[in-house]
Structures are given as structure tokens and as C-alpha cells.
Design a protein around this ligand. Structure first.
Ligand SMILES: NC(=O)c1ccc[n+]([C@@H]2O[C@H](COP(=O)([O-])OP(=O)(O)OC[C@H]3O[C@@H](n4cnc5c(N)ncnc54)[C@H](O)[C@@H]3O)[C@@H](O)[C@H]2O)c1
Length: 255
């Protein structure tokens, strides 16, 4: 039984080494791709074995393209692929430090996953959800550890898009936010917390028409921040090969 745990009662998560990914579809395979390239051990799960096979094929193909463009060595590719394990059993993620749920966008499906998942994890492990539209607070309420639940909204295709939005639920702890932020940084994604408040803004393709005035007026974001988000969220001119660990390291050196 998970117990009614709040941050103060559980040990701090000092290091994240293992990442679980639930749902091996379009987003799940991209999240597994970037996490494994960044050195994390990854456990990718899905209820459908064929989805796992397809996800691995896609990851291999995308990494192969990166090798061909010389942004990734064969050794790095092989090491990254070697860090990805797959399973149809949800329990396979039980030793992960953070589990990113990227299953079908259906509230009941996600609530059922989180409810089953939480008691299997260590007390200080973090659950992130990649939901596009469902309340983080409501999803977190499916667990008895809502302080350890956060939204990590990646953009598609994950290896290309540089943005991840971090969305707090009402109970999300600062430590959970910091851990999600650390993972986002490690995988080379810009973090956009918007207001750092419990707001979740869905960016559609024509987001700028309505999001910008609303966000700026409501004080959720400054115009400058909105423009940064816009740049990161439109990946049209960004090639897959441009967004790699190497590029991130190079950028870091230059800063
Ligand atoms: N596709 C996008 O552009 C995009 C962008 C941002 C966020 N998202 C969000 O990411 C999540 C996944 O979207 P997607 O496009 O990858 O969907 P998808 O349909 O490609 O993949 C979903 C996967 O979840 C699996 N699944 C369903 N129930 C499951 C369960 N109980 N346990 C484990 N796996 C299960 C399915 O078998 C499928 O392989 C959704 O919440 C979606 O809103 C999608």
C-alpha cells in the first residue's frame, strides 16, 4: 500500500538514473529515444507487444539517421539502444526513479495506469504524465502521492522539438518540479514552466492567435516568453540531427 505520503516524510530523490516510459506510441518512442541518448536506463512499456516492437524499430531507424549525419557515433547509438528495455508488464518500471506516462489520451486509461503504478514505485519516485489536455490535479488524485506527480508535456516529434512544458498539479511539490526540470535539462530540452503556477495551456497549431493575448493579459507569461515558446514549439526548420546530446553539449560549452 502506498500510504498517504507527503514530501517531508520521504527521502529526497538525489539522482535520477532510470526512466520508465508507459505507452510506446508516437510520444513514448521519442521520449525513450532522447532519454537513452542522454545516458538514462530506460524501461519502455506498453500493453501491446507489437507497439513495443514498432517503437524499437522507429528508435533504431531514427538513431541510424543520426549516425549517417555524423552527429552520433555507432558506439553511442549502440550504447543508447542497449540502455532501452521493453516490457508488456507495468511492474517492469518499479525500480525507475521517474516514470513518464505517455499512454493513450483518455482520462480513465491514465487514471487506471497511475493508480496501479504508484504503489509499485519507491516512495520517492516521481510520476510524470505527458497528457495534452487532462488536469494534472485530477490524474494525481488517482494516486496517494499527488505531491510526486507532475505534467511533462513533450512536443512531437520528441527528438526534434526542443520544448517540454512542466505543469504542476495543485499538490506537486517543489522537489518533484526540480527533478522534472533536471531531467528536462539532461535530455537537452528547454523547460517552460509558464507561470510556475498550476496552469496548463494547450498550444494548438494556431495557438498564437488566442494563446498570446490570453497568456499575456492573464499574467501567465510575458510576451517575450510566449515568443520563446513559439520558437521552440514550431520545429519546422529543425532537423532531427540538429537536436542531439552533442549539440546540447556544444551549446553548453559556448554559454
Ligand atoms: N502525438 C502528439 O502529437 C502528442 C503531443 C504531445 C502530447 N501527446 C500526448 O502523449 C500521449 C501519447 O500520445 P501518442 O500520440 O504517443 O499516442 P499513441 O496512440 O501513438 O500511443 C499510445 C500508446 O499507449 C498504449 N497504451 C494504451 N493503454 C495503455 C496502458 N494501459 N498501458 C500501457 N500502454 C498503453 C497504446 O497501446 C499505444 O501504443 C497522450 O497523452 C497525448 O495526448 C501527444
Amino acid at each position: 500500500m502506498d500510504g498517504n505520503l507527503m514530501s517531508a516524510e520521504i527521502p529526497a530523490l538525489t539522482e535520477i538514473r532510470r526512466v520508465g516510459v508507459i505507452g510506446a506510441g508516437q510520444m513514448g518512442n521519442g521520449i525513450a529515444h532522447v532519454c537513452s541518448l542522454s545516458g538514462y536506463d530506460v524501461v519502455l512499456t506498453d500493453v501491446k507487444p507489437e507497439a513495443l516492437k514498432k517503437a524499437l524499430d522507429i528508435i533504431k531507424r531514427n538513431m541510424e539517421r543520426q549516425v549517417k549525419r555524423s552527429v552520433l557515433s555507432e558506439r553511442e547509438r549502440d550504447a543508447a539502444l542497449g540502455r532501452i528495455k521493453t516490457s508488456v508488464d507495468l511492474a517492469a518500471v518499479k525500480d525507475c526513479d521517474i516514470v513518464i506516462e505517455a499512454a493513450t489520451e483518455n482520462e480513465q486509461v491514465k487514471r487506471d495506469i497511475l493508480k496501479a503504478l504508484a504503489p509499485q514505485l519507491r516512495k520517492n519516485a516521481i510520476i510524470a504524465t505527458n497528457t495534452s489536455s487532462i488536469s494534472i490535479t485530477r490524474l494525481a488524485a488517482a494516486t496517494q502521492r499527488p505531491d510526486r506527480v507532475i505534467g511533462m508535456h513533450f512536443f512531437n516529434p520528441v527528438p526534434v522539438m526542443q520544448l517540454v512544458e512542466l505543469i504542476r498539479g495543485l499538490a506537486t511539490s517543489d522537489e518533484t518540479y526540480a527533478a522534472a526540470e533536471a531531467v528536462s535539462k539532461a535530455i537537452g530540452k528547454a523547460r517552460e514552466g509558464l507561470s510556475g503556477r498550476s496552469k496548463f495551456v494547450w498550444l494548438s497549431e494556431n495557438w498564437k492567435d488566442y494563446f498570446e493575448p490570453i497568456a499575456v493579459t492573464a499574467g501567465i507569461a510575458t510576451l517575450e516568453r510566449v515568443e520563446v515558446v513559439a520558437g521552440l514549439a514550431s520545429g519546422d526548420q529543425v532537423a532531427l540531427e540538429d537536436v542531439t546530446r552533442k549539440k546540447v553539449e556544444k551549446d553548453d560549452e559556448n554559454n
